[in-house]
Design a protein around this ligand. Structure first.
Ligand code: ARG
Length: 471
C-alpha cells in the first residue's frame, strides 16, 4: 500500500457511500472491512469489465459518447499506473473497485462518476472473480497437460519395466511401471475434465444484476457477455450476485487434483527410501539436514503432500462461507477471495513443479525387479495356471498357498523351487510353468484393455495421446 491514510481516517478521502453516514470510519474498522490489500489482484479484469459495461451504456444511449471516450482514455491511464506500480492504493477506498473508480474520476471528472450507472459492486465483483477464475482455469489446464504429457513419455519408456504392484502396501502382483504411471495419467485426465466442466458454469455473466434486483436502465446484458467472452448471462439477478458455487466447484476439482498429486508424492517418498530404492530423485528436488550430514530428503514431494491441505482448507472455507447466507449479497462474500487466490496459486505452482519433478525421477528397474523376487508376486499366476489345467480355483488357491509356505521356509521365490517340488503339490504342474512364474510372464498375460501387459500399456498410451491431442 503506497499511500496510507491518516489515523482515525478523519482526513481520509470521502468514501463512495459516506453521504449516508454521520461519522468517519475508525482505522481498525477500515482495515477490517477493506479488501484492497488482496483484491487489487483483480484490477486487470475489473477494468476489462468496466470498459465493457461503459461501452454497453453508450450503445444503449445511457451514457453520452463523450463520457465513454473519457472513460476509455482514463482507464488506459489507470491501467498503466497499475501495471507500472505507480497506482496509489488506498485502504480508505476499501476495495479494488472503488480505488479504480476514484482514480478514474480524479483523471477524467464526471465521466468517471457516471461509470457505475446501472451497476453495483455486487455484480461487479462477481463478474471480476469469474473473469479471473476463467483465466486461472485455462492456465491450470495447460499446466495439467504438461504433467500428463510427461507421464505419458515416462510410461512409454517403462511400458515393459516390471515392478511389484501393491495392495495394503504388501507386494501383490507384478505390474509394469508404465502401467502404474498411467494410473496417474487417468487421475489427472479426470481432474482436467472436471476443471473444464466447471469452467462452463464459471463462464456466465453476473453484470446487469446490479445490487440484487437488476436495474431500471435499458441495459443489454448479452452484448456485455459477448464482449467479455462469457458463454451467456446469469439468469437470475439474486443468484448472480450471491452464489459462489462456481468457485466452490473449482476448489472441489482443485482439492481432488491435489489428492492425486499427494498420492503420487507419497509414492515418490516411499520409492526414494533405500528400503524400496525404486527411484532416484534429482538433488535439485531434495534438501539436506542441518544436523545429519548423510541426509537427502524428498522435500518437494513432501510439500506437495502437505499443500493438499491448503486447497482442502480453501474448499471448506468457501463451503462454510455460503452455507448460511440469506439471499442476496452479503459482505461475507468478500472472504471468498483469499482462499480462492491461495488455492489457484498452490495448484499452479504444484502442477508446474510436478512436471519438472517427474523429469528428475530416475526409475531403478533392477530394484523393482529384485523386490518382486521377494514377495511371491506370481502366486496368483500359478493358481491361474492350475485352473487352466482343470483344477477348481479354490483348490488351486490352497495348493499354491502350501507351495508358498514351502518356498518361504526355504527362503526362495516360487520360481526357484525345483519342478519336482512343485509337482509334489500337483501333478498338473509341468515344465511350461516356468513362464507364468516370472514377473514378465505374469504381466504379459494381462493384455486386455486396462491390463498391465506391455502391449496393453502401449495401446493405452496411444489412446491417451490421441485424447490429449483432441482435448
Ligand atoms: N469488496 C467487496 C467484495 O469483495 C465488493 C462488493 C461490496 N459490496 C457491498 N455491498 N459492500 O465482495
Amino acid at each position: 500500500m503506497q499511500h496510507e491514510d491518516s489515523p482515525k481516517g478523519a482526513s481520509a478521502p470521502a468514501k463512495a457511500w459516506s453521504g449516508r453516514f454521520a461519522e468517519p470510519a475508525d482505522r481498525l474498522m477500515q482495515r477490517y472491512t477493506a479488501s484492497v490489500a488482496f483484491d487489487r489482484r483483480l484490477a486487470e479484469v475489473d477494468i476489462r469489465g468496466s470498459l465493457a459495461h461503459a461501452r454497453m451504456l453508450a450503445r444503449q444511449g445511457i451514457l453520452p459518447a463523450g463520457d465513454l471516450a473519457d472513460i476509455e482514455r482514463g482507464m488506459a491511464l489507470v491501467a498503466a499506473e497499475i501495471r507500472d506500480g505507480r497506482f496509489e492504493w488506498s485502504v480508505a477506498r476499501e476495495d479494488v473497485h472503488l480505488n479504480i473508480e476514484a482514480r478514474l474520476t480524479e483523471l477524467v471528472g464526471d465521466a468517471g462518476k457516471r461509470l457505475h450507472t446501472g451497476r453495483s459492486r455486487n455484480d461487479q465483483v462477481a463478474t471480476d472473480v469469474r473473469l479471473w477464475l476463467r483465466g486461472e482455469i485455462d492456465a491450470l489446464l495447460a499446466l495439467l497437460r504438461a504433467v500428463r504429457g510427461r507421464l505419458l513419455d515416462m510410461a512409454e519408456a517403462h511400458a515393459a519395466t516390471v515392478m511389484p504392484g501393491f495392495t495394503h502396501l504388501q507386494v501383490a502382483q507384478p505390474v509394469t511401471f508404465g502401467h502404474h504411471l498411467m494410473a496417474y495419467f487417468e487421475m489427472f485426465s479426470r481432474d482436467a475434465e472436471r476443471l473444464a466442466d466447471c469452467r462452463r458454469r464459471v463462464n456466465r455473466l453476473p453484470l446487469g444484476a446490479a445490487a440484487l434486483a437488476g436495474t431500471g436502465f435499458p441495459i443489454d446484458r448479452e452484448s456485455v457477455a459477448a464482449e467479455l467472452g462469457f458463454d451467456g448471462v446469469c439468469e437470475n439477478s439474486l443468484d448472480a450476485v450471491s452464489d459462489r458455487d462456481f468457485a466452490i466447484e473449482f476448489l472441489a476439482a482443485g482439492a481432488l487434483a491435489m489428492a492425486h498429486v499427494s498420492r503420487l508424492a507419497e509414492e515418490l517418498v516411499l520409492w526414494m527410501n533405500p528400503r524400496f530404492g525404486f527411484v532416484d530423485i534429482a538433488d535439485r528436488f531434495c534438501t539436506g539436514s542441518s544436523i545429519m550430514p548423510q541426509k537427502k530428503n524428498p522435500d518437494v514431494p513432501e510439500l506437495m503432500r502437505g499443500k493438499a491441505g491448503r486447497v482442502y482448507g480453501s474448499l471448506v472455507a468457501l463451503l462454510t462461507l455460503v452455507k448460511a447466507q440469506p439471499l442476496a449479497y452479503n459482505k461475507d462474500n468478500q472472504e471468498d477471495k483469499e482462499p480462492l487466490f491461495d488455492a489457484a496459486d498452490t495448484l499452479a505452482d504444484t502442477f508446474t513443479i510436478l512436471a519438472e519433478l517427474l523429469g528428475g525421477v530416475t526409475p531403478r528397474a533392477d530394484r523393482m525387479r529384485a523386490a518382486l523376487a521377494e514377495g511371491y508376486a506370481t502366486a496368483t499366476d500359478l493358481a491361474d495356471y492350475l485352473v487352466r489345467k482343470g483344477m477348481p480355483f479354490r483348490d488351486a488357491h490352497e495348493v499354491v498357498a502350501r507351495a508358498v509356505r514351502e518356498a518361504e521356509a526355504a527362503g526362495v521365490d516360487l520360481a526357484a523351487l525345483p519342478l519336482a517340488r512343485l509337482r509334489a503339490f500337483s501333478p498338473l504342474v509341468e515344465a511350461d510353468v516356468a513362464e507364468v512364474l516370472t514377473p514378465e510372464g505374469s504381466a504379459a498375460t494381462r493384455r486386455h484393455t486396462g491390463g498391465t501387459a506391455p502391449e496393453a500399456v502401449r495401446a493405452a498410451i496411444a489412446r491417451a495421446r490421441a485424447r490429449l491431442a483432441a482435448a
